[in-house]
Design a protein around this ligand. Structure first.
Ligand code: 9MR
Ligand code: 9MR
Length: 902
């Protein structure tokens, strides 16, 4: 064992270990080269200083009570935050960290086990210690280094490990401060395969990281974007006062426009803060620049407007275009800073995704799995997560067919988003979803191969890469991971949804989706228990799941809704999830639990479920929404989430939003304003009414998250790179603080404080497609609410009677009745087909179809409908292979009619 001494690191930039060199020599973007120069300039001024202490003795200058800089070094808490690359799966099962390392790797650094987020003080003494064993025996090198290019070494120690664990200790001084250094054990280079274990890893010395005090701004917490004129208007004030406090609402000019008294709420469990709440819902006058004043504090300014969220619909969906893989990103569409060449199209240094083989031993073919969206801050593509994100985009569109406040799809139609497909006559949100669906279909095992019809669980880098890293610069080999039942069913569900929603726009693509869905479902039934392993998390997320009963339910529901076939209905009704309690308080649904998606779609999408069962299904959604409302009322920050630490998990913001999706759906089903108002209040939390006084949506609100963990939007690490685009949702508070940066900075945090807007904190502050898809759904719902005024009473009723069906057609009679008090003079009735139906001919009205939308206009003789009177018209439809249920939403002159006709 000896210390490698490199006196002047700056003079030897090319001597860095191979895997740690910047992505590529050729084609490296100018910005990266400039960044590297900056680094080297800094490094040239630093010198590595090493003490002369020998292995086995701790240096006297490191005090015995010096702070520990390594988290979970005894592996009692499992693997996290440790990671590895080039090794087998990490296993902490017996309280040590063990893995296998292949023999014959060329270099020590070809395989490693590491820990990021190590806090180092310049000039301070540290003692590093660890137990290591290797069978049959190998050299191991521990390196303390900069965790990204140029991978400067601060200190290193080499040892030879054998079957008996041995303790290695070494003392040294670090030359430069770094609050996010990396400790990595380089374990490659032995001739024979090794079983390698580490335990009791410790790095003590320096100072404890200074206690972190987030700047939380004014103690009066509001929705920094604003409030809808007719909607709820609540705020939270952090105060030691126990009696009600006077509050004032002030106009931009400073005039007091409303005032009242706050309500003491005691200590809020989620934040640990003493708080009071303010309700100023009664004030409804639109305007900009309002502030709320209480306890001597003035809130951030906000608006009152019915147009608050109009742009959020497109902003939240733009994130998906920015995440697209396999296509150049057009700066003219979304801003010059976001332009980049296509990533992962088989162009060096990329090693994918046009022909990707499997992990060793998994398959012997290669697939073209180009396209799709990058999952999150990494470059991985995971079927279960891509699937629910695509589902939620498709569902955002499908809602326009059934929700009364949606506008029949106009605002989500063609040329509404900043995507290259705008103007192709297909709604842009469907175009965006299709980018992912086509990738999902490519992940299906081809006919003739073992497990044909199943979907590979995921495809990602063999090893984790550093940040930032543009997709086109990723040099890692890409690998397909084993097919899983969860991914297969997830693909079946989304492909089934695709089959019905694309039918009016692209029949061939819809049919392709339909076939893939059925094949996948059958393959899952043949292989019902192939589970993605929690240990398969090197170079990409594990997305583990060992209970797929919910995936079976969801897939059966979507196939039933699309085809109307009894075989799928039988599977739906036989599933325990059909009647079970599927809406969990901590998050209605997520990539691992999808039963609620099936339930929501059975409640909203027209279908032939026996009516008593349909009523029960719908009631289960409103019952769940009642639960979320109760949770929201119990929270002084007004969010639909329980207040205990267990509710604040990785991606908690997406759980808040998905619970709001259930509230929004309950409103769509019932017209009861309390559910709409619950969804609106959930948005208050996201946009600043929270303990940190931060808006979690980039570019929205006075003070918003902007340094989310992303290899693409790495502005914090390189000012030449952009922040995430406006409309990007951060993961949010995570009481588990599962990344080393957060673990150190936020140790002991109250749940709602377990968040930091820093690019290093991937467990609290990443971006992800399944989180932004939730935001897109909610944004669209919120924008649809306009002023959120009183819900109007219906002024019409409608009946839709299918009088006859034959193999390729049907005969429908529609009746609309004026249930209002004034005569209608000239009318337009409208509904949407669910799938591949089309209008062939009509009588007693002029009937036309555009996409899925059917429009019927009066003829001159039946233009007038007196109060209480009805008009009947009819059509002959062409039917395809898909289900042909009666629509649940029919509008007359833009107003929803009650149904069925009574
Ligand atoms: O960047 C990765 C992020 O997308 C994941 O959510 C996270 C957990 O799977 O892992 C991140 O990658 C880190 C890895 O786990 C450890 N080495 C450093 C990586 C980048 O911070
Ligand atoms: O969103 C995922 C979260 O539910 C898990 O707890 C976490 C750890 O497994 O992984 C999250 O997903 C990450 C994935 O593993 C890798 N890409 C980034 C995802 C978002 O952080």
């Amino acid at each position: 064992m000896r210390w490698k001494h490199r006196a002047d690191i700056g003079s030897a930039p090319r001597g860095l270990p191979a895997p740690h060199r910047s992505p590529t020599r050729k084609g490296i973007p100018v910005i990266l080269i400039r960044r590297r120069r900056r680094h080297l300039a800094v490094l040239a001024a630093t010198t590595l200083v090493l003490t002369g202490a020998s292995a086995g003795t701790a240096h006297a200058e490191v005090p015995p009570d010096a702070p520990e800089q390594i988290s979970n070094g005894d592996f009692s808490a499992g693997v996290a935050p440790w990671f590895s690359y080039g090794t087998g799966a990490l296993d902490a099962g017996d309280g040590r960290l063990c893995t296998t390392v292949a023999g014959g790797l060329a270099n020590p650094w070809d395989a490693g086990i590491g820990h990021d987020g190590v806090h180092l003080n310049a000039g301070a003494e540290y003692v590093l210690g660890f137990d290591v064993s290797a069978t049959p025996g190998a050299a191991v090198k521990a390196v303390l280094q900069l965790g990204s290019a140029p991978y400067t070494t601060y200190a290193s120690v080499e040892t030879t490990a054998g079957t008996e664990p041995k303790r290695v200790t070494q003392t040294f001084t670090v030359p430069a401060a770094n609050d996010n250094a990396q400790l990595v054990f380089q374990v490659g280079g032995a001739t024979a395969e090794q079983r390698l274990c580490l335990d009791n890893v410790s790095l003590r010395g320096g100072e404890a990281a200074p206690p972190y005090q987030p700047d939380t701004g004014p103690r009066v917490r509001v929705n920094q974007v604003g409030y809808l004129p007719g909607g709820p208007k609540n705020a939270t004030v952090v105060t030691g006062a126990t009696d009600p406090l006077p509050w004032q609402l002030r106009s931009a000019a400073g005039a007091v426009v409303a005032s009242g008294e706050s309500t003491p709420r005691g200590v809020d469990a989620a934040s640990g803060q003493p708080v009071q709440t303010i309700d100023f819902s009664a004030y409804r006058t639109p305007g900009t620049g309002y502030t709320l004043v209480a306890d001597g504090e003035t809130s951030h300014p906000f608006d009152i407007s019915g147009a608050l969220y109009d742009r959020l619909r497109a902003d939240s969906l733009q994130f998906f275009y920015a995440q697209r893989s396999g296509t150049p990103i057009d700066g003219d569409l979304i801003g010059a800073g976001y332009a980049r060449p296509a990533g992962h199209l088989g162009v060096e240094p990329n090693q994918g995704d046009t022909s990707v083989g499997c992990q060793p031993g998994v398959c012997d073919y290669s697939l073209d799995v180009r396209g799709g969206w990058y999952d999150a801050g990494d470059h991985g593509k995971y079927v279960v997560n891509g699937g629910i994100a695509a589902y939620q985009l498709l569902n955002t569109f499908e809602r326009t067919k059934t929700a009364e406040t949606a506008d029949g799809g106009t605002v989500l139609g063609d040329a509404t988003l900043r995507v290259p497909e705008r103007g192709n006559t297909v709604p842009d949100v469907l175009d965006e979803a299709r980018w992912e669906i086509e990738f999902l279909l490519r992940m299906q095992v081809p006919a003739g191969e073992p497990l044909a019809g199943m979907a590979h669980h995921k495809i990602h880098d063999r090893a984790w890469t550093g940040l930032p890293l543009a997709p086109q610069d990723d040099p890692q080999p890409r690998e397909l991971h084993p097919p899983s039942t969860a991914a297969t069913l997830n693909l079946a569900a989304v492909a089934a949804q695709c089959a019905r929603l694309f039918a009016p726009y692209d029949a061939a693509f819809a049919a392709h989706c339909g076939t893939a869905a059925k094949t996948a479902y059958a393959a899952a039934k043949a292989h019902p228990a192939r589970y993605a392993s929690v240990t398969d998390g090197t170079g990409g997320g594990a997305y583990e799941d060992d209970n797929v009963t919910d995936e079976f339910y969801w897939a059966a529901v979507e196939l039933y809704l699309t085809t109307g076939k009894k075989t799928y209905l039988d599977d739906v009704t036989a599933s325990p999830h059909h009647t079970g309690d599927v809406f969990t308080p901590g998050g209605a649904f997520g990539w691992q639990s999808v039963a609620a998606l099936g339930r929501l779609d059975l409640a909203t999408v027209p279908n032939g479920l026996p009516s008593a069962d349909r009523v029960r299904v719908r009631a289960s959604v409103t019952a769940a929404a009642d639960g979320y409302l109760a949770a929201l009322r119990a929270q002084a920050y007004g969010l639909p989430l329980p207040g205990d630490a267990a509710a604040y998990v990785w991606g908690s913001n997406s759980n808040v939003v998905n619970n709001a999706v259930v509230l929004g759906t309950a409103f769509d089903l019932t017209r009861d304003a309390k559910y709409r108002d619950g969804a609106v209040q959930a948005a208050d939390y996201l946009f600043g009414r929270n303990a940190l006084n931060i808006s979690y949506v980039t570019g929205w609100g006075e003070h918003s998250a902007q340094n989310q963990h992303s290899r693409i939007f790495g502005h914090q690490l390189n000012p030449d790179l952009p922040h995430p685009p406006a409309g990007s949702l951060a993961g949010g508070p995570n009481a588990g603080i599962q990344d080393p940066y957060a673990a150190q900075l936020l140790a002991g945090c109250q749940p709602m404080f377990c968040y930091v807007d820093d690019i290093n904190s991937y467990s609290t502050n990443e971006v992800a497609i399944n989180w932004n898809s939730a935001l897109a759904w909610l944004a669209s719902f919120l924008a649809d609410q306009g002023d959120a005024g009183a819900v109007p009473a219906p002024t019409c009723a409608a009946g839709y009677q299918i009088n006859g069906t034959w193999p390729d057609g049907f005969n429908t009679q529609v009746t609309v009745r004026n249930t209002g008090t004034s005569t209608i003079n000239g009318w337009t009735a409208r509904w949407a087909f669910t799938g591949d139906q089309s209008v062939a001919s009509a009588w007693s009205a002029q009937v036309s179809q555009s996409g899925a939308t059917v429009t019927a206009k009066n003829l001159s003789y039946n233009a007038k409908i007196a109060p209480g009177a009805s008009v009947t018209f009819g059509l002959i439809g062409k039917a395809g292979a898909l289900a042909n249920p009666a629509p649940t939403l029919i509008t007359l002159n833009g107003h929803a009619c009650t149904r069925p006709l009574t």
